[in-house]
Design a protein around this ligand. Structure first.
Ligand SMILES: [Zn+2]
Length: 289
């Protein structure tokens, strides 16, 4: 983010911004994302992802604490989630990121990934009636999808793409002033214009397809049956009712197209899963949970 210093010292802000945006979007800035195989612009480094993610997590924790939501109070469930994420992250494209899980005791039906490895899980996810998942394999499918958003670096790629001139200036100013987490949080708030509400990422349809594809292969490699990912979205697509804004059904639309995509990927993912199980059995390690 060397450009931020340049931005803050501009005497003619508009001309400066135009120059800065030109530089940001210069062809040399487009690199092939090794995870998605697609050319992408991302002005952030992986370290930036981690810092931004920490700021998002702290901001969300603050909001939820103020709302009286208990955080990480179910130690046993938290350990299980951490174990599952570690297992999935280990076979991911970015296994060395500082993955963490934060568990919120609330009936919100959601899970979210902040950039750089912070995964947020809301207990409503497995609520018997209103929830999304019915067993640990399905839970692994959701976690693998979130890990994929992180390794595909969707948030900072989107932040790079959707940032308009004004937002870029605001974000850059906040980040340039100081690298403390509070300022990062301000930058994030400015960029996503979420004010003081809970930060829940809004991914594009393409991002969701990528996270489904990449996540399905992560779960298969980690020894979780990929069929579970198809199952949850099959059930979700049949669910009546209007999705709530803060619900996974709103942030992750369960269209027929999405389900067809997952079903098309399933045979190949099944093959990867069987190989993973065979390897685990050969090494004497149980691939079960
Ligand atoms: Zn998603």
């Amino acid at each position: 983010m060397k450009l931020t210093a340049r931005l803050s010292s501009m005497t003619r802000p508009l001309a400066g911004l135009a120059a800065a945006i030109g530089l940001l979007l210069a062809p040399s800035c487009a690199t092939v994302n090794p995870v998605t195989g697609r050319r992408a612009y991302n002005i952030y480094s992986l370290d930036d992802d981690v810092k931004l993610g920490q700021a998002v997590l702290e901001s969300n924790n603050e909001q939820l604490r103020e709302a009286g939501v208990p955080i990480n109070q179910d130690a046993q469930t938290l350990r299980k989630l951490e174990h599952m994420v570690a297992r999935i992250a280990a076979v991911s494209d970015l296994p060395d990121l500082p993955y963490t899980v934060t568990l919120y005791h609330t009936n919100l039906v959601n899970a979210a990934a902040a950039p750089g490895g912070a995964i947020m899980v809301f207990e409503g996810l497995w609520h018997p009636e209103d929830g999304l998942v019915r067993d640990d394999d399905e839970l692994a499918a959701v976690l693998a999808h979130e890990v994929a958003h992180i390794t595909c670096r969707h948030t900072t790629e989107r932040l790079t793409q959707v940032t308009t001139a004004a937002l870029l200036a605001e974000t850059a100013a906040a980040v340039a002033t100081s690298r403390s987490n509070e300022d990062w949080a301000q930058g994030i708030r400015a960029a996503f214009a979420v004010g003081t509400t809970l930060w829940i990422p809004a991914y594009s349809r393409r991002d969701e397809r990528e996270a489904d594809r990449v996540g399905m292969f992560y779960m298969a490699r980690a020894g979780y049956p990929p069929q579970a990912m198809v199952r949850i979205w099959e059930r979700a697509s049949q669910r009546p009712g209007t999705p709530q804004r803060a619900s996974i059904f709103a942030t992750h639309p369960s269209s027929r197209e999405r389900l067809d995509h997952l079903q098309a990927l399933l045979p190949e993912a099944e093959r990867v899963y069987q190989e993973s199980r065979a390897r685990a059995e050969a090494s004497g390690v149980s691939p079960s949970h």
